[in-house]
Design a protein around this ligand. Structure first.
Ligand SMILES: *Cc1c(COP(=O)(O)O)cnc(C)c1O
Length: 389
């Protein structure tokens, strides 16, 4: 099945079949993992399309084809991590280039922009994009790229992707959207005007918290050629085995995302009614400030919730210490439920001043709702909150 079938087949069908052709020799329905680093040529320079596994690998290509089909894109390019996707894309900018990023961008992306890209002569401006028009006066003659995430992390603000894409294009810049939180199941940024969509495959796409990997998808042939050139030149490629695991994870993406969302909705409603909870942030709640925008640009609201409990970090720690099924850990998007406290964990490197401005208080808890039985999750939260006060 080719990615062009993405117009005619359903998401779950593409997730299972795109790029996944039975082995032509044995008929194996799941193609074998292609571990070979090199490929036999029939005459010097005459080959099957594969020469050396850094420049092209059948297992990796299977994964790339599948993700492209799910994002409604023509081309997928896989990397060793989400962070190496960022590094590779920014390395396509020349020294003297300028980029604009949403202010509450993923911490590792912020670190790359401010501590690495600048040494290569690429300058970044951060802007609050809750109102897309805020970007208007941030463009410079050398602005090449705009980078955003929606929903943002951890405050789950929704950004109008179509509006930002228009401003970027009017100013001769491309738009890159990090779609990790939504997964291709709930949102397709290319259809909203983005030029490149990126994922930390480590999260929902692989979905089982056992692979670190990344991917970029585009419809633009010139961008694709730049990315594959950089993929081969910088060499941050995923292993064949990780590509196989991520391809396998992808097969259940549709049903996992449905369950993540179903559980998240029930938990958001439970938390809203809990006496110890001050605020629940979930784009699926009508009380969310961008609920209408989320309904418009997403096909669902996903599995991430943030909530603010009453009291202090001490209450938060007591609650976390009493959880039985929900694990205190960084990361997200796996089948298991994970909670974390951004102020002291994922966002500890953000200055106290910036954290305050972004609403990342000590009592804000980020919850990656897993696909366990929701009654167990609700009961776990209930008893842990009761013990915390
Ligand atoms: C985790 C994450 C990344 C980085 O991906 P890695 O696979 O950890 O390198 C980038 N963006 C978002 C939104 C993430 O959650």
């Amino acid at each position: 099945m080719s990615p062009s079938d993405s117009q005619t087949t359903g998401f779950g069908t593409r997730a299972i079949h795109a790029g996944q052709n039975p082995d032509p020799i044995t008929g194996a329905v799941i193609p074998p993992v292609s571990l070979s680093t090199t490929f036999k040529q029939s005459a010097a320079g005459v080959h099957t399309g594969y020469e050396y596994s850094r420049s092209g690998n059948p297992t990796r290509e299977n994964f790339e084809t599948a993700v492209a089909a799910l994002e409604g894109g023509k081309y997928g390019v896989a990397f060793a991590s989400g962070s190496s996707v960022t590094a590779t894309i920014i390395n396509t900018l020349h020294s003297g280039g300028h980029l604009i990023s949403v202010n509450d961008v993923y911490g590792g992306t912020y670190r790359y922009f401010t501590k690495v890209a600048v040494h290569n002569g690429v300058d970044a401006t951060f802007v609050n994009l809750s109102n897309a028009a805020n970007i208007k006066d941030k463009f410079k003659p050398n602005t090449k790229l705009v980078w955003l995430e929606s929903p943002t992390n951890p405050t789950l603000r929704i950004i109008d992707i179509r509006a930002v894409a228009e401003y970027a294009h009017q100013n001769g810049a491309i738009l890159v959207v990090d779609n990790t939180f939504m997964s291709p199941y709930f949102q397709n940024p290319l259809a909203l005007g983005a030029d490149i969509v990126v994922h930390s495959v480590t999260k929902y796409i692989n979905g089982h918290s056992d692979v670190v990997m990344g991917v970029a998808v585009t419809n633009d042939k010139a961008l694709y050629e730049k990315l594959t050139f950089m993929q081969n030149s910088m060499g941050a490629v995923p292993s064949a085995f990780d590509s196989f695991l991520a391809r396998r994870g992808l097969m259940t993406l549709e049903i996992r995302m449905q369950r993540h969302e179903q559980n998240a909705k029930a938990i958001a409603e439970f938390l809203q009614k809990n006496e110890h909870v001050e605020e629940v942030i979930y784009p699926g709640l009508p009380s969310h400030p961008e609920h209408e925008l989320a309904k418009r640009q997403q096909r669902g609201f996903g599995g991430m919730i943030s909530f603010r409990v009453k009291g202090t970090l001490d209450n938060v720690n007591k609650m976390l210490g009493n959880l039985q099924h929900i694990t205190l850990a960084e990361s997200l998007g796996g089948v298991e439920s994970l909670v974390e406290v951004p102020a002291v964990m994922t966002h500890a490197a953000v200055s106290a001043e910036d954290r305050a401005a972004l609403g990342i208080t000590d009592t804000l808890v980020r919850f990656s709702v897993g696909i366990e039985n929701v009654e167990d999750l609700v009961q776990d939260l209930q008893q842990a909150l009761d013990k915390a006060y």
